[in-house]
Design a binder for this molecule. Structure first.
Ligand SMILES: [Zn+2]
Ligand SMILES: [Zn+2]
Length: 310
């Protein structure tokens, strides 16, 4: 049996090939130095592929192909990431948000890629109402690190978690990803700038190769995080069991504490645990179950939903 390990990657990154402030080479080096195993350079309407010597590649994470297919004429920003696209995808110029979403998703799939709906709450462009009218995408951003993306919702607008739950409750099988959407690699790092290192996914794969990473993502064999680390995880219809790898504050050596919420249809709470090894056994009454782990340091992790057969 092949052993699979967690491989850390960021799926949403900009460089000087679109509106990022550093070269693809510099950006790749930043992520490598921070311990990322792989990285998707997802420039707006540009497929950034880095060719390098072996010496250069040794300073980069594994680079996997992607593009942020960006429709600028729609009534709100429609940005759809295409993962594994084999050629550059031209963005829809429709003014209608749903039409632009549909055309971009279809074009990504036709180019051999998988589609992810980015930052629904960016400029309050759309929510699950529009997303339910679009077929074929596999992912949505449950966390985006850009300061303008309003992940938490409010004022009658659903959070990204809430949008995800509504899609799942309505029978959609969509995986949730956390991403940086990084643009700013120089100057000061602060909450109002679009800096790297805020959201990532850990993919369970046998090999550090684009095909293995994208297959695991397609299968939902990964979790999303803004800082919480999972050691081991069982995720089946019979049992969901998570071993949290507790984080220790470097300055005082004190361990963080965790609360895990297992939620299901309608976002309803099924079980709450304060253990570092939370678990839940789904019942036939559950349609789907997913877990969110909250750290006392303010960070989170999201496991992918398990769908329960009836
Ligand atoms: Zn975007
Ligand atoms: Zn972006």
């Amino acid at each position: 049996m092949t052993t699979k390990t967690w491989l850390k990657g960021n799926l949403h990154t900009h460089t000087t090939n679109s509106d990022g402030d550093e070269s693809p080479e510099h950006v790749a080096e930043w992520y490598h130095e921070q311990g990322y195993d792989w990285l998707c350079l997802s420039d707006h309407n540009h497929l950034t592929i880095l060719e390098g010597t072996d010496a250069e590649k040794a300073k980069w994470p594994l680079l996997v192909a992607g593009e942020e297919v960006t429709s600028r004429n729609a009534d709100g920003p429609v940005h759809i990431n295409g993962y594994g696209v084999e050629h550059v995808v031209e963005a829809s110029d429709s003014t209608d948000i749903v039409t632009a979403m549909r055309e971009n998703v279809e074009a990504i799939i036709a180019a051999g890629g998988m589609a992810s709906i980015n930052h629904p709450n960016f400029r309050w462009a759309f929510d699950d109402g529009a997303m339910m009218q679009v077929e074929g995408y596999k992912f949505m951003e449950v966390f985006n690190g850009h300061p303008e993306t309003h992940n938490a919702g409010g004022g009658g607008k659903a959070s990204t978690d809430g949008i995800w739950d509504r899609l799942l409750t309505n029978g959609r099988r969509v995986w949730g990803i956390a991403v940086d959407d990084s643009h700013h690699y120089t100057g000061e790092f602060n909450a109002n700038r679009s800096n790297p290192g805020r959201g990532w996914v850990q993919v369970k794969a046998a090999k550090l190769a684009q095909q293995d990473i994208y297959e695991a993502m397609s299968d939902g064999d990964f979790y999303a995080s803004t800082g919480v680390t999972i050691g081991d995880m069982v995720s089946t219809q019979r049992e969901i069991k998570i071993d949290i790898d507790p984080e220790t504050t470097p300055s005082d050596g004190i361990q963080a504490k965790y609360t895990t919420l297992f939620t299901g249809s309608g976002g309803r709470l099924l079980h709450e645990s304060t253990s570092n090894s939370p678990s839940y056994r789904p019942t036939r009454l559950d349609d789907y179950v997913r877990a969110t782990i909250y750290s006392s340091r303010g960070t989170r992790a999201w496991t992918q939903p398990v769908f329960i057969d009836k």
